[in-house]
Design a protein around this ligand. Structure first.
Ligand code: 6YU
Length: 502
């Protein structure tokens, strides 16, 4: 029966933990999670800088309101500040971009007037909104978000600001906002993001909020609800043998239809395996991760969908050099007004890709910490440099943009998601030429319907399998719950289903 079936979940991120939670609540007795590393949480990872909490991975609850399961759990576990839980906070509709109190710094060391930059911000936000409207409407006029944003922004600039002396600066600001957008989407360039599918991502209402005690508090609370020893740590999975190929070849009769083989040679039998491995890892290993291999349409979608890098560089200062109300400092390179891809020589120019610094708030909690955001290949290159090199380059950058040669961060901590061997990047995006069908393909369980083999041997969850909330913690959680529900209803078909079958 269902509750005795052996379910093995690969990956102990929020998606795997969520799947386990749901199955166990439904009485499943044979659930195990198998995890490559020595920790749970995956891309939810809280670290420390000088004793202060910093988030190496996920940062915010995107859209903290009742429809967001991460928000609901966080409230239930009492992990949020009062303010974040207020009705007012929950009803703010920011459409994915918080209304930042920004400072604009230029490459010639000047602080730019907010009023002068505001029209450009407005144009960019309007165009971004337009990009989303191409989903589910008539055909998108161009293939990529980048092409559309750049063409339209330059057209408007030429039409409206031709005589304006701020024109070039405003265009350079577009360049900065495009870099920020690369971070939000987790891509190298917005030219790689599909215009027709951009609106498939759904933002929930609510003003994005953080976990005062760290995002990993959520993981700890969820793990505490699971039986002890449910997770097998330090066991990277090498291959998932399904349709019984493994037990047939090793003549082990009576074992499960699926055998999970780890890199260390250990094997585990199961009736069902839920794979929550990041898309970045799947892209690298899709041809060997399953035996028999993935059906072609699934492996093609894995290759087509996007998975890029977004990293953070945390800097700690003895004293702040920014204004008290400043939430973000944007960096504007005055020579980037033509919106060509900014970085030509990686070695000398990677730092140009760093779009902005956010200020960790409130000060009483964090002290004086800035978080620099950098996405794409430049971000991946940054990961190869030693910490001193990064610190030196970032210090020079800040000195140049503030015009203050005495600015010097005391300490630096950065994320390195591209070099994480079990992630290979940060999160997924809908790449050029992809659509929701690719995400459906990714999420489709094996064996495919119509086959005579035992159903639901291998199921797929994880952030990248959620059609409207991919790239988020809540998307990952919902995907884990979805696959748990798939198994639950397989064993306990709902009355309506039974009638339909009759
Ligand atoms: C969010 C946010 N956030 C910043 C950064 C990152 C991410 N996200 P996991 O990887 O967690 O678990 C898989 C496990 O599998 C893992 O433990 C592995 O070790 C293990 N594994 C792998 N291979 C294995 C093997 N072979 N054998 C066994 N085990 C194996 N999300 O909600 N708010 O602020 C951010 C951010 C730097 C890296 C984020 C954020 C993304 C989430 O962190 C991520 O989706 C989930 O944690 C994934 O959970 P999981 O369980 O699926 O995998 C318009 C539009 C555009 C669309 N985008 C807009 C949204 C913007 C997204 N924002 C992100 C921003 C930040 C800052």
């Amino acid at each position: 029966s269902g509750v005795d079936s052996r379910v093995l979940i690969v990956g102990c991120g929020i998606s795997g933990i969520g799947a386990a939670q749901k199955l166990i609540r439904q009485g499943f007795r044979n659930v195990r999670i198998i995890e490559a590393t020595s920790r749970s949480g995956g891309r939810v990872q809280t670290g420390r800088l000088d004793g202060k909490i910093i988030e190496i991975g996920a940062n915010w609850i995107h859209g903290p309101s009742q429809k967001n399961p991460v928000f609901r759990l966080a409230c239930q576990y009492q992990l949020l500040d009062e303010e974040c839980m207020s009705e007012e906070n929950q009803s703010v509709d920011i459409d994915g971009l918080p209304p930042f109190f920004s400072t604009w710094l230029s490459s010639s060391g000047k602080k730019l007037e907010a009023e002068v930059m505001a029209p450009a911000v407005e144009v960019f936000l309007t165009l971004r909104k337009k990009c989303k409207e191409f989903y589910n409407s008539s055909r998108a006029p161009m293939s990529s978000v980048g092409e559309f944003l750049k063409t339209e922004a330059l057209r408007i600039s030429n039409d409206e600001w031709k005589e304006d002396e701020a024109r070039k600066l405003r265009q350079a600001l577009f360049s900065t906002l495009l870099k920020l957008e690369c971070g939000i989407s987790g891509t190298h360039t917005m030219d790689d993001v599909d215009l027709g599918s951009f609106g498939m991502y759904n933002s929930l209402p609510g003003l994005d909020c953080t976990f005062p005690g760290g995002y990993d508090g959520l993981i700890t609370h969820m793990m505490n609800e699971l039986p002890k020893d449910i997770v097998l740590f330090n066991k990277p999975v090498k291959c998932i043998h399904w349709n019984n190929v493994h037990s047939r070849s090793s003549a082990k009769e009576g074992t499960g239809p699926v055998t999970v083989e780890c890199i260390n040679g250990e094997t585990f039998e199961a009736d069902h395996v839920i794979v929550t491995i990041p898309l970045g890892y799947m892209k690298k290993h899709h041809d060997t991760l399953l035996n028999p291999p993935l059906p072609q349409h699934k492996s093609q979608s894995i290759q087509r969908l996007g998975f890029g890098t977004n990293n953070k560089i945390f800097l700690e200062f003895e004293q702040p050099f920014w204004d008290e109300d400043c939430e973000v400092m944007f960096l504007i390179w005055e020579d980037e007004y033509d919106l060509q891809n900014p970085v030509s020589d990686m070695k000398t120019a990677w730092i140009r890709k760093l779009s902005c610094f956010t200020v960790l708030k409130p000060t009483e909690r964090y002290g004086h910490i800035l978080c620099g955001w950098i996405a794409g290949h430049e971000s991946e290159y940054m990961e190869t440099l030693c910490e001193e090199d990064v610190l030196r380059t970032v210090t020079q950058l800040l000195q140049r943009f503030t015009g203050n040669p005495t600015i010097a961060p005391r300490k630096l901590v950065r994320s390195r998601w591209f070099h994480d061997p079990y992630t290979f990047g940060s999160y997924s995006y809908v790449a050029n030429g992809c659509s929701g069908q690719d995400i459906d393909n990714l999420a489709e369980p094996l064996p495919l319907t119509g086959s005579n083999a035992q159903p639901l041997q291998v199921l797929f969850a994880g952030e990248a399998t959620h059609k409207s909330f991919f790239s988020t913690v809540h998307g990952a959680l919902l995907a884990g719950w979805r696959e748990a529900d798939r198994l639950i209803s397989h064993y306990n078909p709902s009355p309506r289903k039974v009638t339909a079958n009759l």
